[in-house]
Design a protein around this ligand. Structure first.
Ligand SMILES: Cc1cc2nc3c(=O)[nH]c(=O)nc-3n(C[C@H](O)[C@H](O)[C@H](O)COP(=O)(O)OP(=O)(O)OC[C@H]3O[C@@H](n4cnc5c(N)ncnc54)[C@H](O)[C@@H]3O)c2cc1C
Length: 408
């Protein structure tokens, strides 16, 4: 088991430098354009694929880094470049993790490569869980998957919303209800292969931030997928459902779970994205404060500005430490007994929201314009307190874990 250390090893330092170079030279210069266009930045994804940043190999290497720091370090650097473009680059990873976590070896080998495509023909993937009436309350999901035994096919019907890469993905991973009586324990995940009839894109959302990342509804109308598209396989599902039904019967209650466990493992990664955006805005603000003069001296000469920068940096470093702790715990199999994953996402996302707002203030009128990047960074940062469990849900998870009480 990897000892916890705050010092990156030589390999990690090299990867960090490489990613930082890509973020600075390729992502950051393209950020304003793709934010305005509100379109998936295919040429940038392709560039990332060419150098090996957009690839299964790269994510697998970071994911399986025994120290747990590979993913947070990669996320921080890419999102430092730009959040919208970085999400377009790493969005496929959420679907890939869904398959890695639940799929058989054969499913992993078959579907993950199709999610990424290759440098000459890049593809993306989507993870579709949220629905119009099931956001935080995942257990209210309505999309149904019914097994057609005669054909060994699953039939999916429902509407998914907010899917990153939804409708433009080569492979969609769809979470659906197979047993409505046991809440979220009756959910299962399915692969919807490329060009499957019945899957279509609903509305594409025009967003406040991360506008280079495609977010859309996904409509499923009698979508038939082969039996082998059930992640983990039927036998495992049947066993799991039988256990959950027994437990539900013993407890005499419908098992209900408000998005609690679903994204626990990916939460530190979202925290790391937030750290990247916060650090980017802080750096712009620090630079500006040292060069902008008013009243005959740089504005950083005023404690009112300098102390804000001190607080911003302190919060960013604290957020990173929480993220690294949680990632290390998750990778080394230590249970989140105090909801450390949620703590890291909560603190880092609120830090990004606040630090980017402070950066606008420090840049004054310039901060409020699109001539400077902090305005975009602040719009982008707003997503972190919302997706993969809102701040309120994180507080609920933390409070319930600490108290053992069914706090509502
Ligand atoms: C840009 C973007 C990309 C996304 N990408 C994906 C994706 O790829 N795949 C996917 O499946 N989903 C995705 N999501 C969905 C995201 O995870 C949900 O938006 C999020 O979980 C919140 O759900 P909701 O929007 O329905 O809000 P709601 O659950 O309706 O919440 C509304 C408000 O009520 C609060 N609230 C709800 N319940 C409680 C409670 N019990 N106690 C206190 N407060 C509460 C919430 O905190 C929030 O402030 C994405 C969303 C966005 C905006």
């Amino acid at each position: 088991m990897a000892e916890f250390t705050l010092e990156l090893n030589d390999d990690q330092k090299q990867v960090k430098e490489w990613l930082h170079g890509f973020a600075a030279d390729v992502i950051r210069p393209a950020a304003a354009e793709w934010d305005e266009r509100e379109e998936t930045p295919w040429p940038v994804i392709q560039e990332a694929a060419k150098v090996g940043i957009y690839s299964l190999d790269f994510y697998a290497q970071q994911f399986f880094d025994p120290t747990g720091l590979g993913i947070p370090m990669a996320m921080e650097e890419l999102f430092w470049g730009d959040a919208g473009i970085a999400l377009s680059i790493v969005g496929t990873g959420l679907a890939a993790v869904g398959v890695l976590a639940n799929g058989t070896e054969e499913q992993i080998g078959t579907w993950i490569p199709q999610m990424y495509g290759d440098a000459d023909d890049v593809k993306v993937a989507a993870f579709c869980s949220s629905e119009p009436d099931a956001g935080s309350d995942v257990a209210s999901m309505r999309t149904r998957a019914v097994y057609d035994e005669a054909k060994d096919e699953w039939v999916l019907n429902g509407t998914k919303t907010w899917a990153t890469n939804g409708g433009i993905a080569n492979v969609h991973v769809v979470v659906a209800v197979v047993d409505p009586d046991i809440g979220s324990k009756g959910h299962a995940s399915f692969i919807v292969p490329p060009n499957t009839p019945g899957l279509s894109q609903g509305q594409k959302f025009k967003k406040h931030g991360i506008r280079a990342s495609h977010t859309a509804e996904v409509v499923l109308e009698d979508v038939r997928v082969p039996g082998h598209c059930l992640l983990g396989g039927k036998e495992k599902l049947d066993e799991r459902l039988a256990r959950a039904r027994e437990r539900a019967k013993a407890g005499g209650e419908r098992v209900k779970n408000a998005a609690m466990a679903t994204f626990e493992a990916s939460r530190p990664a979202v925290g790391a994205m937030a750290v990247g955006t916060a650090r980017a805005a802080y750096e712009v603000a620090l630079d500006y404060a040292k060069t902008r003069s008013q009243f005959g001296r740089p504005i950083i000469d005023n404690q009112g500005i300098a102390f804000q920068l001190a607080d911003m940096r302190t919060r960013i470093d604290a957020a990173r430490l929480l993220v690294w702790r949680a990632s290390w715990m998750a990778t080394t199999g230590k249970p989140f007994t105090s909801a450390e994953g949620s703590m890291s996402k909560l603190y880092a996302s609120e830090t990004a929201r606040d630090v980017t707002a402070q950066a606008i203030q420090i840049l004054g009128g310039n901060g409020f314009t699109r001539e400077y990047p902090v305005e975009r960074m602040h719009r982008d940062a707003a997503i972190y307190t919302i997706f993969e469990g809102t701040s309120e849900i994180q507080r609920l998870v933390i409070a319930r874990t600490l108290s053992g009480m069914p706090i509502r």
